[in-house]
Design a protein around this ligand. Structure first.
Ligand code: DGP
Length: 114
């Protein structure tokens, strides 16, 4: 997979405001926040998009969602509510081709999304 801005954040060659890290995941604040809380949760393993996840990645995807739940609690948005978003490809609005989950909260979100 080609190098992306997120793989550079994983290998620490460019800086990010990291809010969580373990063996499998990294989470950092979005450079262009769309809500008071806007965190990106990414696997350290490079996967281009949701289209390329496989059965073997199910534990990893579960870890991403569990990390989002914990971060929502840490950032005080568990009770008010939050949204998890995986954008995929052009119509999904994906701009960085390293799998990531947006954790958004701290304001009310409309439905359906724009
Ligand atoms: P998406 O559109 O779903 O591919 O989301 C990519 C997000 O990544 C977008 O909300 C902006 C964020 N982003 C892009 N470049 C950087 C960067 O260098 N640092 C950080 N922290 N976020 C970035």
């Amino acid at each position: 997979m080609a190098e992306t801005i997120f793989s550079k954040i994983v290998d620490k060659s460019i800086p990010a405001n990291i809010v969580f890290e373990d063996e499998y995941l990294l989470a950092f604040t979005d450079v262009n926040p769309q809500a008071p809380v806007h965190i990106l949760i990414i696997p350290k393993k490079p996967i281009e998009s949701l289209n390329l996840i496989e059965e073997d990645d199910s534990t990893l995807i579960g870890k991403m969602v569990l990390a989002a739940k914990r971060l929502a609690c840490d950032f005080g948005i568990s009770e008010s509510g939050y949204r998890l978003v995986f954008n995929c490809n052009r119509d999904g609005g994906q701009t960085v081709f390293h799998l990531h989950c947006h954790l958004l909260g701290g304001r009310n979100f409309s439905w359906p999304p724009g």
